[in-house]
Design a protein around this ligand. Structure first.
Ligand code: TPP
Ligand code: MG
Length: 607
């Protein structure tokens, strides 16, 4: 066996650069890195050695670098991913939230935090947390619950098993998620004689599990018996590339489709059977068919509470829940009848099994009622002096959009409003991180989307709160010449949580700056702030000015930021559904007591 002598870090990078996807691309497109003593000498030297064939990028914050990597993998539908390396201690822990984000959204990312000396020579090294009762514990153990695969590399040759397991996890459709290889810094620098064969290019095929025939039969029988079925399209539809099969299946059977946040754009918004967004931020049309449905057919969904209205949405007592999912965990959730398989293959085979069966036609006219109610909300305002609403901002962005536009967001008012109001013309036009709804995903995420699809027109919608939480990758975008548009809606605080607070009987408190414990109301100049990081920026004061600013976006190279003040109070009153937010059982506030009564009543709908 011929061998090659390399450090463990050199071997890791050489191995990672040799792993491919089915299209013949490197599966990991490159590595984001912020160095410290925990990775600069070992991993840093190794990355430098291959920088011309496998790129390293420098970000501003370990969490946001990882957000970029995760958004990239989401937009690539998990066919490619990125690595992120950090130093030990604070650098490493900055990535824990991002790991959880990837875990919740079932997205691949390879995290390589440095770790303390395996040899323990300098104990405690700078930034080492000492567990007085467990010598093997380091802060990187925080990654265990938020990783799909975790390993601590304390000897070089452990990479021979750890790296293939890492790739297996990231490319496994059912087990897909973040991998953390916690790399002791002395081990990174240690040399070992590696088998040359370990570095041979390898293609990782994403498996497409076929349905179990018994499960398929059972689900086909249930569909044949259904009078009012509905399909809930989740993110798995996109990961499986099953949009075409979903349309064929729904059309041949005549079943209405509703979409989750992750599933939105599975069908074009104006497809006759797309009844719109489902659940808490759903359309009246979608929720009406769900309330009545006798068969709920989830396709690639985790059934999170925003989809199910905390399990109070499906009001038909005789309903059956079916879940088509590549992961058995999701296929059997909440007592569902499972069809554990790849969504594309499952829909193809189900359709074949059902022959020319047609379900009774869904109710007509529901979509017309919905659009008649909400379309006026997104129209340009008649009164140019009134503070614009977020709904009007969405309307302006929608009118400026085209087939190549990708609208993206993660937290705040916008996800709910976009779910209700955005009209996606095609798959992949809507990128919402709503598994973790992590404030601070937006700008870093927009970079990841643009790196995945440079030809697309990426529009990042972000509130002032989310922008304040994490914005510094804007500077990275400027430095790398990454062009996308950011629309900052400045409503001077946490508008959506303020509304939630009021909705649960609370006093307005600590959300908007107006109700915060401060002595000076802020007038944060977001345009100047973003400009200082190298973005082209403009502050607009009306929807007309917003439209004009959006129309200029093609002429801007690098990040383009448009800031607009909006009203923190209005949200779309139409559609939607209750969800469970615990209201205090006792309170001196009458409003809280009223809200508690409503809460107790609504919970009776849960099943
Ligand atoms: C990291 C993180 N912290 C807290 C929250 C809870 N949270 C959700 S939205 C929100 C406020 C968002 O404010 P902003 O971005 O200004 O949006 P707005 O609702 O005002 O439009 C908060 C605090 C979260 N989702 N993520
Ligand atoms: Mg805000």
């Amino acid at each position: 066996m011929s061998t090659i002598r390399l450090t463990a870090a050199q071997a890791m990078m050489r191995y990672l650069a040799a792993q491919q996807n089915e299209a013949g691309e490197t599966y990991l497109a490159g590595c984001w890195a912020i160095f410290g003593h925990g990775n600069v000498a070992g991993i840093g030297e190794a990355l430098h050695g291959i920088k011309d064939s496998w790129p390293t990028w420098r970000g501003q914050n370990e969490q946001s670098m990882a957000h970029t990597a995760i958004a990239y993998a989401k937009q690539m539908r998990r066919t490619r991913a990125m690595a992120v390396t950090s130093s030990i201690g604070p650098g490493a822990l900055n990535m824990v939230t991002a790991a959880a984000l990837a875990h919740v959204n079932r997205l691949p990312v390879l995290l390589i935090p440095g770790d303390v000396f395996a040899g323990r020579g300098p104990d405690p090294v700078l930034q080492q947390l000492e567990d007085t009762g467990d010598g093997s514990m380091t802060v990187n153990d925080c990654f265990r619950p938020v990783s799909r695969y975790f390993d601590r590399i304390t000897r070089p040759e452990q990479l021979l098993t750890a790296l293939p397991r890492a790739l297996r996890t990231m490319t496994d459709p059912a087990d897909c998620g973040p991998v953390t290889l916690s790399f002791c810094q002395d081990v990174q620098a240690e040399a070992y004689d590696w088998p040359e064969a370990f570095f041979a290019p390898k293609v990782w095929r994403i498996r497409q599990p076929h349905p179990d025939p018994v499960e398929l039969d059972r689900i086909a029988t249930l569909i044949r018996a259904a009078k009012r079925p509905v399909i809930i399209a989740g993110g798995g539809v996109h990961f499986a590339g099953a949009e075409g099969e979903l349309a064929d299946f729904a059309e041949s059977l005549g079943i209405p489709v509703v979409e989750t946040q992750a599933g939105k754009s599975a069908l074009p918004w104006d497809h006759a059977l797309n009844f719109g967004p489902v659940g808490v931020t759903g359309a009246s049309s979608a929720n009406a068919v769900c309330e009545d449905a006798d068969l709920i057919l989830g396709v690639g969904t985790r059934f999170q509470d925003f989809t199910t209205g905390s399990w109070a949405l499906f009001k038909n007592k005789d309903r059956t829940l079916v879940s088509i999912n590549v992961a058995a965990y999701d296929a059997m959730k909440h007592g569902a009848e499972p069809l554990c398989a790849d969504a594309r293959i499952a829909l193809q085979q189900l359709r074949a099994a059902l022959g020319d069966h047609r379900c009774p036609a869904p109710p007509a006219g529901l979509k017309d009622v919905w659009f008649a109610a909400v379309d006026p909300l997104t129209d340009a305002p008649g009164d140019a002096n009134a503070l614009p609403t977020d709904q009007q901002v969405i309307g302006a962005v929608q009118r400026a959009g085209h087939l190549d536009t990708v609208v993206m967001c993660a937290a705040g008012t916008m996800p709910g409003e976009l779910h209700k109001l955005w009209k996606s013309p095609r798959a992949g036009a809507y990128h919402m991180e709503y598994g973790f709804s992590c404030m601070g995903y937006e700008i870093a995420g927009a970079i990841g989307i643009k790196l995945a699809q440079p030809e697309r027109d990426v529009i990042c919608m972000v509130g002032d709160g989310s922008y304040m939480m994490m914005n510094s990758e804007m500077a990275t975008a400027a430095m790398m010449g990454i062009s996308f548009t950011t629309v900052i809606t400045d409503n001077r605080g946490y508008g959506c949580i303020n509304r939630l607070q009021m909705g649960t009987g609370g006093a307005e408190f600590n959300n908007l700056y107006a109700h915060a414990n401060i002595t000076h109301q802020p007038r944060i100049d977001f345009a100047a702030h973003a400009a200082a990081m190298g973005a082209t920026t403009i502050k607009v004061t009306s929807i007309a000015e917003l439209e004009a600013a959006l129309a200029r976006r093609d002429s801007v190279t690098g990040p383009y930021v448009i800031v607009i003040d909006t009203d923190p109070y209005p949200s779309t009153p139409h559609g939607g559904h209750w969800w469970e937010v615990s209201v205090p059982e006792v309170s001196p506030r009458a409003q809280v007591n009223d809200a508690r009564q409503t809460y107790d009543t609504k919970r009776k709908d849960q099943a």
